[in-house]
Design a protein around this ligand. Sequence first.
Ligand code: PLP
Length: 393
Amino acid sequence: MAGDGGAGGGTGSLRGGAAPGRPQHVVDLRSDTVTQPGAAMRGAMARAAVGDDDYGEDPTVNELQQLAARTLGMEDALFVPTATMANLIAVMCHCQRRGAQLLLGAQAHLHIYEHGGAAQALPDLPDGMLDLEQLELAIRETHGSRYHPRPELICLENTHSSAGGRALPLTYLQQVRLLAERYGLRVHMDGARLMNAVVSQAVEPARIAQHCDSVSLCFSKGLGAPAGAVLAGRRAFVAEAWRVRKLLGGGMRQAGVLAAAARVGLEQAEETLRRDHDNARRFAQGIKELNSPLCSVSLAAVETNMVMVEVKGLSPAELCAHLQAVSEEELAETGHAVSVLLFPWSERTVRAVWHCDVSARDTELALNKLGFVARKCQEKLGQGNSPHSTGEH
Ligand SMILES: Cc1ncc(COP(=O)(O)O)c(C=O)c1O
């Protein structure tokens, strides 16, 4: 399974490539982390007023922190270099007693890719939620026992990346909150893609954040900034988070150049993410219309900027290799030379992620390429012996 940390690539660009001597158009759907800062963002970075943020003197960072706190309905927020650091600081602040335990989904980014070894991981449901009965049982197993670790923190991921960008329902968040209160636990939300949930559910960010003690929000995913995240919560919590950021070496100096980019990303979030979600949905619908036995999607599961494509008859890695390769045959048949970059996600799925550098036209080209690859693979699989089409599932 791939994370969001792959190397190389660009998107929507013309490059020399596999069809000898011919330029190819690259559509990079590996992750929303691969974006290039646009002109407005670069302009804002160049103009940003800066100061030493370690002394609290960077006006652009200070403004961004205030804006983020207001947006999330929290008392305060802290600018940090990465979402990983935001989550780690949250865990370190919430779980200060030795033997403290955090509970999260086994597929949570915090568990798989952020060395969340201190956690008790529970099975995630396909929609990214935790089974509340199981969660309560897990808490009750150790709660109040002097022989076990102390359950102190529940971590949620919203949107849930491994579940294909599913947005957690507000009623579920409320139920988790009530459960946490019943047992005296706190709730942290890995909101790396919180704004995708906001756009998908058409709610104010604060309506989501109100169920949490702390929320991280990343600027370098769908918001398109080159780096940075915030961790928001109550004033005393953020004061403590400042100390931990320092401890981890995450205190930055003239970080206003990054905060300026983050601000542009946040201000443009609604427009950018709505377009990404529309493109992702269009892609999923296109797969359904292809009606190919090789790949299928669940339209109902496409809520934000990700599409999980289920692959049959070849491995996800093989499908990705075919989509990336460009041939003379493709050029002759379709008139295009398009290289589509994707990550194999699990044994049977490939994940496609939309972001600000993938246009509606890129989406059509990616879909055409998938259609071409599906036809060629089916021909090779020996006309008629291929798996039966299931369409949507
Ligand atoms: C849900 C989620 N949380 C946190 C992170 C960590 O972000 P970063 O690698 O920028 O620290 C990622 C990265 O892709 C993510 O997908």
